[in-house]
Structure formats: structure tokens, C-alpha cells
Design a protein around this ligand. Structure first.
Ligand SMILES: NC(=O)c1ccc[n+]([C@@H]2O[C@H](COP(=O)([O-])OP(=O)(O)OC[C@H]3O[C@@H](n4cnc5c(N)ncnc54)[C@H](OP(=O)(O)O)[C@@H]3O)[C@@H](O)[C@H]2O)c1
Length: 318
């Protein structure tokens, strides 16, 4: 096991994304001088020769793989081919090139949404592949599970120090606020903000409002990544990363309205699908490594809303 120090060279793949952006910010703010990044235009990680040439030249000590094709239910359901091909190609190339070029610690980003559809709650790491997947995102889930297994296989065969993190639903600065392709928090945030500007006296949300979900502020994920990079020993292949607490979607909506400063009644629409009743991670493994989240939901939403207001014009232009 080779833990990474502030002097190590760390390649963060996907640094312009929600996750990669937070990780780079955190590492740079905590003394890491050698954080390497590449835009997709400079280095398309789906291209094997380009990826190998990059690793040959840069020889990073550690890699955090936060590049990939990511999206909500609608995007997953509409573009399963890209979700499958892009993720499989990126991770296959990056994991192999990193191993061959002497990377000493490798972190792969999985996701809580690749656990089986009907998982017992809270979800433990060993429930992976224990029953059928959610069909709307199975192309993405199967690609990601292949990445997890690739890391676990190199770890088993070569003793390579590669682990996978399974974050719960993330939110925060740098999120995707696309009207159709965003996740629940950025989607609601921009709709409620528009309702405030329009002076709307009510807002609506899909479903019964009862399903319970867990949300992690993305800077807390970044502290988890830094913690795992620096951990002296990593006894497991996979670590869940979440808060260990959840709340009903209707309560999330009410909290967002409070943060936005537009506390109006919420209309539920029970004719729309609810999805799974509960999704909560068991975070016992990563807590045993000494990590815990720091930012509570109201504080995280307030920081996210402040970021959204600062970047509203450029987000609208995207
Ligand atoms: N967001 C969540 O709630 C969540 C939850 C759990 C797990 N995760 C995991 O975290 C990881 C990152 O997610 P995210 O939300 O940060 O995604 P994101 O905001 O969409 O960012 C993805 C990044 O990957 C880069 N990328 C995509 N294709 C590439 C390619 N062919 N070559 C090089 N770079 C490429 C993108 O570059 P461009 O900027 O150039 O497009 C972008 O920087 C994913 O593996 C995801 O499964 C996310």
C-alpha cells in the first residue's frame, strides 16, 4: 500500500465536472502542488493511444477517475449507447494505462445508483450484484460495475492499490443545471428560483413526495477522496460515501424553498412515478477509515444556491 502525500503527483480525470472540480479545489487548497488535469479536447480518454501517451509522459503517482458520461433518468434512458461505450472505454483505458505506468494509488468513482433496484436498506457494499438492476440506467450501471471489477481484479492479481468509491446523490457548485438532464437538486433549485422570480404562489413536484433520498455536498466527497488517497491501509475494494441520513423528497423541496427565500405551498403529483421508496447508504466502512461528512444539507443547499446565482448567466448560455 502506498499512501499519497502532498508532494505526490495526482491526475484528476474529469476536472471540469461536478466531482472532479471539487476534488481539484480541495487538493489545491490543501497543499497539493502537483495536480495534473487535461480537458477532454486535449485528451479524449476514450482513445487508447492518446491515453497511453499521456500516462507515459506524465507518470502520475495517483489517479482519481472522475471522468465519464453521467446524467439523470431521462438522459440515461435516452442515450444508453453513449452511457455504455464512453464509460467502458474511458475506464478500460485509464485503469490499464495507470497500472502499466506505475501509478501507486488509483481511485475509481462508482455510484450508489448501480446497486440493485430492490436493495435492503441501508445499502451495504456487499449488496452489489445481489439482485436485478434498475432497468432505466442499466447500461450505465453495467459499465460502472465493469470498472469496479476491473479495479478489483488488478488489485487481486497484481496487488495493485486500486479502490472504488460509491457516492450517494451529490450536489453543489459546478452541478449540471440543464432543464432536462439534471439531477433532483439542481432541477428543483432552478424551477423554484424561476417560481420566485415569477412570484408564483405554489410550486409542484413529481410523485407523492414520500420517497426518501440521501444527498452529499460535493466538497464532502472531495474530503473523502483526499482521505482515501492518504489512508495508510485500504482493506476493502469498495467504500460507500454518503451522509448516512436521508429525508423525504417533499422535505427536501420545503428546505430548498426556505433557502431560496420563497416559502410557498408544494403541490404533489401522485400520478407521476415515485421510484424506489428509499435509497440510503451504509457508510460504516469509510467511517472506520476515519472519514465523516462536515456540511449539513441546509448549509450545502445555501452554498449551492449562492453559486447558482453567481453563475446564472453562463448556465443559461450553456
Ligand atoms: N453527480 C452525482 O450525483 C454522482 C453521484 C455518484 C457518483 N458520481 C460519479 O462521479 C463521476 C463524475 O461525475 P460528475 O457528476 O462530476 O460528472 P460531470 O459533471 O458530467 O463531469 C464529467 C467529466 O468527465 C469528463 N469527460 C467525459 N467524457 C470524457 C472523455 N471522453 N475524455 C475526457 N474527459 C471526459 C467531462 O469533460 P467535459 O467537461 O469536457 O465534458 C467532465 O469533466 C462519475 O463517474 C459518476 O458516476 C456522480
Amino acid at each position: 500500500m502506498t499512501a499519497i502525500t502532498e508532494a505526490s503527483k495526482v491526475f484528476v480525470a474529469g476536472h471540469r465536472g461536478l466531482v472532479g472540480g471539487a476534488i481539484v479545489r480541495h487538493l489545491r487548497n490543501h497543499g497539493h502542488q502537483k495536480v495534473v488535469t487535461r480537458t477532454r479536447a486535449k485528451l479524449d480518454l476514450r482513445r487508447q493511444a492518446e491515453t497511453e501517451a499521456f500516462f507515459n509522459a506524465e507518470k502520475p503517482d495517483a489517479v482519481v477517475l472522475a471522468a465519464g458520461k453521467v446524467g439523470g433518468i431521462h438522459a440515461n434512458d435516452t442515450y444508453p449507447a453513449e452511457f455504455s461505450y464512453d464509460n467502458l472505454a474511458i475506464q478500460t483505458n485509464v485503469i490499464e494505462a495507470a497500472y502499466r505506468n506505475g501509478v501507486s494509488r488509483f481511485i475509481f468513482l462508482g455510484s450508489s445508483c448501480i446497486y440493485p433496484r430492490e436493495c435492503p436498506q441501508p445499502i451495504r457494499e456487499e449488496y452489489l450484484l445481489s439482485s436485478p438492476l434498475e432497468p432505466t440506467n442499466d447500461a450505465y450501471a453495467i459499465a460502472k460495475i465493469a470498472g469496479l471489477k476491473q479495479c478489483a481484479s488488478y488489485r487481486r492479481q497484481y496487488g495493485w492499490d486500486a479502490v472504488s468509491l460509491m457516492p450517494t446523490n451529490l450536489y453543489g457548485p459546478g452541478d449540471n443545471f440543464h432543464p432536462e438532464h439534471s439531477h433532483v437538486i439542481p432541477g428543483m433549485l432552478q424551477r423554484f428560483h424561476a417560481a420566485k422570480l415569477a412570484g408564483a404562489e405554489r410550486v409542484g413536484i413529481w410523485g407523492s413526495g414520500q420517497p426518501r433520498r440521501e444527498f452529499l455536498y460535493v466538497d464532502d466527497l472531495a474530503t473523502a477522496v483526499a482521505h482515501v488517497l492518504q489512508a495508510p491501509e485500504l482493506p476493502h475494494d469498495i467504500y460507500n460515501v454518503g451522509t448516512g441520513t436521508d429525508l423525504p423528497i417533499a422535505d427536501l423541496a420545503a428546505l430548498l424553498l426556505k433557502v431560496i427565500g420563497h416559502e410557498v405551498p408544494i403541490d404533489l403529483d401522485p400520478s407521476k412515478p415515485d421510484g424506489t421508496p428509499r435509497k440510503l447508504l451504509d457508510i460504516g466502512r469509510i467511517k472506520a477509515l476515519g472519514w465523516a461528512p462536515q456540511v449539513d444539507l441546509e448549509e450545502g443547499l445555501a452554498r449551492t444556491y449562492a453559486w447558482f446565482l453567481e453563475h446564472e448567466d453562463e448556465l443559461r448560455a450553456k
